[in-house]
Design a protein around this ligand. Structure first.
Ligand code: PLP
Ligand code: TYF
Length: 397
């Protein structure tokens, strides 16, 4: 019956993470999967989220289905977080937000919607991007192509080439942009570069699809929403998928959202309606619990500042590890430039290590990096950063 079902090779990142779990070596170091670990190497349960959970559980009653679009308190809180409570587009009823099953669910619902209403549009993603972007959007039936992004020579951005490519893109192409903390490279647009991008989006009638999976890990919760607010202020219509997996350490609760900024409130009503239809066809409605934790943290006057401080602490710890790794590696290999560890943002850095060097790191030293050379800097801690630097120095030396 199922002879024609071919073997699944597995997701490269998730498979590597599983291999790490099975590795019996006690000093193994996991810099593969995009998860924030604390200095003890544990996934944190944020105190703000724990307190929110106590409150939510104490208040909980029956468990009805949520509406297709998710819980109203969650959706409003997300709009305020992303756009600001006083945002003109939000106030005008031009922003549609649905609660999604992780931001992956938001990408999928957005992709299905785009396939139905912009069937001729090509999806343009950065070269490189998170592998699952291509998988999700091709799974929606969209054609996925790339625009230039990462500059291997400098460890920075090929901004001019990116702009040129977008200037030559087909009208109404969908442009997937990482709003902050680019996965996998850690290379982000500056505010000035976002501003330069706006006229290109307008002239070519390009439709931005922002992916905001690491809000707070770049420059700050508000700062990392810069692109979202800029595009809204510029009057553009666009999509934004955002995640609470990393910012609230709620990975397995699958908390995310998809927002669409529309030209007017009447179009927003229809867009929301068709989003609901898309959701109904996919999974009917999102789960209740995690979204209520998020809504509680975002709206509770005691918990909100707690969470904001926790995000600062996570971001600062990553920054400290970036500095430490940079300093130790620079001391060990003085001829080489490791400044990219300091200039790249968020959880990831592109190290330039080859697939073979990553294999050696894994096999000889128990240090796990994705074979593209992507390092999850958030897996470093005071107990493993020196060993990581020594292993990298050994494979580079
Ligand atoms: N987008 C990017 C760029 C990511 O790196 C991730 C997770 O690693 C996601 C989306 C999906 O996150 P989630 O579905 O957990 O919200
Ligand atoms: O490390 C990464 O880039 C991601 C992590 O449902 C991830 O692939 C893992 C599981 C998931 C979403 C993202």
């Amino acid at each position: 019956m199922f002879q024609h079902v071919e073997a699944y090779p597995g997701d490269p990142i998730l498979s590597l993470n599983e291999a790490f779990g099975k590795d019996p070596r006690p000093n193994k170091i996991n810099l593969s999967i995009g998860i924030y670990f604390d200095d003890a190497g544990k996934i944190p349960m944020l105190p703000s989220v724990r307190a929110a959970e106590h409150k939510v559980v104490a208040d909980a009653g029956a468990r009805p289905y949520l509406p297709m679009e998710g819980a109203a308190n969650f959706r409003t809180a997300v709009q305020h977080l992303l756009f600001g409570a006083d945002n003109a587009a939000v106030k005008a009823g031009r922003v549609v937000t649905i609660q999604s099953v992780g931001s992956s669910g938001g990408l999928k619902v957005g992709g299905d919607f785009i396939k139905r209403y912009f069937p001729e549009s090509t999806m343009l993603v950065s070269d490189p991007t998170w592998d699952n972007h291509r998988a999700v959007f091709e799974g929606c039936g969209l054609t996925v192509k790339t625009y230039p992004y990462y500059d291997a020579a400098t460890g920075g951005l090929r901004f001019d080439a990116m702009l040129e490519a977008l200037k030559g893109a087909e009208k109404k192409s969908i442009v997937l942009l990482h709003a902050c903390c680019h996965n996998p490279t850690g290379v982000d647009l500056t505010k000035a570069q976002w501003q330069q991008l706006v006229p290109v989006l307008k002239e070519r009638e390009l439709i931005a699809f922002l992916d905001l999976a690491y809000q707070g890990y770049g420059d700050g919760i508000e700062e990392d929403a810069y692109a979202v607010r800029l595009l809204a202020d510029e009057g553009l219509s666009f999509f934004v998928a955002n995640s609470f997996s990393k910012s609230m350490s709620l990975y397995g609760e699958r908390c995310g959202a998809l927002s669409v900024v529309c030209p007017d409130a009447a179009q927003a009503v229809n867009v929301l309606g068709q989003m609901k239809a898309t959701i109904r066809r996919n999974y009917s409605n999102p789960p209740l619990h995690g979204g209520q934790l998020v809504a509680r943290v975002l709206t509770d006057p005691e918990l909100r500042p707690m969470w904001e401080a926790e995000v600062v602490a996570m971001r600062d710890r990553i920054q400290l590890m970036r500095r430490k790794l940079h300093d130790v590696l620079s001391a060990k290999l003085p001829g080489r430039d490791f400044s990219y560890f300091l200039t790249q943002h968020g959880m990831f850095s592109y190290t330039g290590l080859t697939a073979e060097q990553c294999d050696r790191l894994k096999e000889e030293f128990g240090v796990y990096l994705v074979r593209s050379g992507r390092m999850c800097v958030a897996g470093l801690n005071t107990g493993n950063v020196e060993a990581t630097a020594s292993a990298i120095a050994a494979v580079l030396g």
